[in-house]
Design a protein around this ligand. Sequence first.
Ligand SMILES: NC(=O)c1ccc[n+]([C@@H]2O[C@H](COP(=O)([O-])OP(=O)(O)OC[C@H]3O[C@@H](n4cnc5c(N)ncnc54)[C@H](O)[C@@H]3O)[C@@H](O)[C@H]2O)c1
Ligand SMILES: NCCCC=O
Ligand code: NA
Length: 505
Amino acid sequence: MAIPNIRIPTRQLFIDGDWREPVKKNRLPIINPATEETIGYIPAATAEDVDIAVKAARRALRRDDWGSTTGAQRAKYLRAIAAKVQERRPELATLETIDNGKPWFEAASDIDDVVACFEYYADLAEALDSKKKTEVKLHLDSFKSHVLREPLGVVGLITPWNYPLLMTTWKVAPALAAGCAAVLKPSELASITSLELGEICREVGLPPGALNILTGLGHEAGSPLVSHPDVDKIAFTGSGPTGVKIMTAAAQLVKPVTLELGGKSPIVVFDDIHDLDIAVEWTLFGCFWTNGQICSATSRLILQDTIAPKFLDRLLEWTKNIKISDPLEEDCKLGPVISRGQYEKVLKFISTAKSEGATILYGGDRPQHLKKGYYVQPTIITDVDTSMEIWKEEVFGPVLCVKTFKTEEEAIELANDTKYGLGSAIMSKDLERCERFTKAFQSGIVWINCSQPCFWQPPWGGKKRSGFGRELGEWSLENYLNIKQVTQYATPDEPWAFYKSPSKL
Ligand SMILES: NC(=O)c1ccc[n+]([C@@H]2O[C@H](COP(=O)([O-])OP(=O)(O)OC[C@H]3O[C@@H](n4cnc5c(N)ncnc54)[C@H](O)[C@@H]3O)[C@@H](O)[C@H]2O)c1
Ligand SMILES: NCCCC=O
Ligand code: NA
């Protein structure tokens, strides 16, 4: 289909149901990573704006039009948002592509997931009405107890740039479904579509203050949000170092956080795979999808030595066949990385790997046919040692490193040889072996004979340095609910009789 050519809307901060200029009136450039051009500006929030937004969120919780809604009433808003996003799909996909650099058809697929997510959490919001109060059986008749599941309160949502509107949705949809009031701080590197979500919420009449959107820099807007005393929880997706800063700041207020951080996930390929080309394609997709900027990228290929030569030859042929182009072009399969900073960071990882003795089997530089834009070739690195930086650190770009193994024990040891624990993948016809690896993988996500498929129903998240907490599915709703115990003395006419009663007056 024709990819629409669109104008970038000029937006302010979205606070209390309307657009509001930042107190300090600052703005940040929007850069198209495919052209390196400044194509617009976003408002830059600071601590003053955070305080205004948090107050608006708190007011929303105190008003009946949001704070006293049933799940069924909230579901209506979520479904209306889904419908509006669907209506604006082509435009939102184009905005996402020119802001983030991902191929248009990937952006359009992300928008489909956004729609599905809002509809899914609308269903869960409705279902919540019958689970708000649950009786708890006690061993004593003199007491009765039940549990209430109620909105946690004002929640701060901080998101990254690699799936801008989708990562925003993974937080906003369950937070609104639970009845919280949210203050969202998207990444300054790709904020356009999150601001458009604000416009969509305004159009569907979401009560003021239920969702507030503050674009801006991490240290200027994100940090004050984390430290704000009237924010009850922080849900964060981003890099490990930032996660540590957020957790440290939140700890001062004993504020709960969920952290969805980075990864250096393995894909283990045995010589008994169903089909060579199928396994090769999953290996490429697992690392080069989203221009290689996937938190769960299986960026460490752990290959059985008996199949390695044949597999690598075929992997090279497939890699050379990847269309690298302007992401708005038809059939583009690899666009630019998000920014000049990320471009330089990825190339530095590659040069360090070379200097540490690894071999750049393919790629490793800017594609010759693209003189402008933050493009990096899909890169395959072999002769990797486990002491090398390229084996240990997340690149967050289209770079796959390769090691071989002989035995299952060796494969497991290599797979788990990482401080991260987000995803793991295994390619083998032997399902009992896959079962053994599923148990042995130290990660929150396991893929069997595939890599990366991500659905809104199962839980998403990692362990070790990939963070904690789970998003998606019913697990994400729990992130935004307070579990309140209510215990009632069922025989109030009878004395408790713990103390000796003084003589009757
Ligand atoms: N686990 C997941 O689901 C997941 C998903 C996407 C990205 N990521 C990870 O995110 C990283 C790349 O994304 P990124 O570059 O946007 O991450 P980042 O940590 O630089 O920024 C993430 C968000 O945090 C904000 N931020 C930065 N400093 C802050 C501070 N001191 N206080 C509060 N907020 C602050 C940023 O403005 C942005 O909105 C990668 O490591 C990737 O693995 C993880
Ligand atoms: N497919 C969604 C992955 C989220 C992390 O980058
Ligand atoms: Na951008």
